[in-house]
Design a protein around this ligand. Structure first.
Ligand SMILES: C[S@@+](CC[C@H](N)C(=O)[O-])C[C@H]1O[C@@H](n2cnc3c(N)ncnc32)[C@H](O)[C@@H]1O
Length: 203
């Protein structure tokens, strides 16, 4: 795919993402529900309340809803929210336009936060706030599950995790329960992403 030229925006702003969704340029979009999530959720014994921050097209909403899990997907880009709502039809109200860092969510209100291509969309200066916010929004023994992108490059998005960086971010907040290599990564993430399940530490 040729990369269109976009105006210079900070990826920490909604404008950055808005112009890309409006141009239908979203090479990060999996176009469906990743197999690692399906496998993991199938082994969960009970419904979990889920937050999907930076949901983009929000393919996973229908999947969680079909399991009977309460799900809220948020994105601060109006164009992303419109795209998600178009796909979701009757489940459109599960997607809300909100800033992960500024939205008024009740602390400790989710069993799960689902991560896909959100952390790597954030400039590195926001990562510590991201980890703190995930910790604050999860219930005491909640979990953060999803995909984490490794890459040494300075440039992004996607902004990759360097060796030891994720462990530093999670230290004293989350403990790693499991990790595996996805089998169906899309091109931009192939060979560089890991599925991980993190348990919140109640401190
Ligand atoms: C690379 S896209 C990933 C979208 C989706 N998770 C996926 O897997 O296709 C990153 C998304 O995060 C959203 N985003 C970035 N910062 C955000 C913030 N502070 N609050 C809410 N959404 C944000 C962007 O608008 C964009 O839709």
């Amino acid at each position: 795919m040729n990369t269109p030229t976009f105006p210079k925006h900070d990826p920490a702003t909604a404008d950055f993402w808005d112009v890309r969704y409006r141009e239908q340029f979203s090479p990060w979009d999996a176009g469906g529900v990743p197999a690692s999530l399906k496998r993991w959720a199938a082994a969960e014994p009970a419904p979990r309340s889920v937050l999907i921050p930076g949901c983009g097209s929000a393919w996973e909403v229908e999947f969680f809803a079909a399991l009977g899990w309460p799900v809220l997907a948020i994105d601060f880009s109006p164009a992303a929210v419109e795209a998600a709502r178009r796909t979701l039809g009757p489940l459109a109200d599960k997607v809300v336009q909100a800033d992960f860092f500024g939205g008024t969510f009740t602390p400790a209100s989710f069993d799960l936060i689902y991560e896909r291509a959100f952390l790597c969309a954030l400039p590195r200066r926001l990562w510590s706030d991201w980890a703190a916010r995930c910790h604050a929004l999860l219930k005491p023994t909640g979990r953060l599950v999803g995909f984490f992108y490794d890459d040494d490059s300075e440039r992004g998005p996607p902004f990759g995790l360097r060796a030891g960086e994720l462990a530093d971010l999670m230290r004293d907040r989350f403990t790693l329960e499991s990790a595996s290599t996805p089998t169906d990564s899309i091109e931009v993430f192939r060979g560089k992403e890991t599925w991980r399940v993190w348990r919140r530490i109640d401190r």
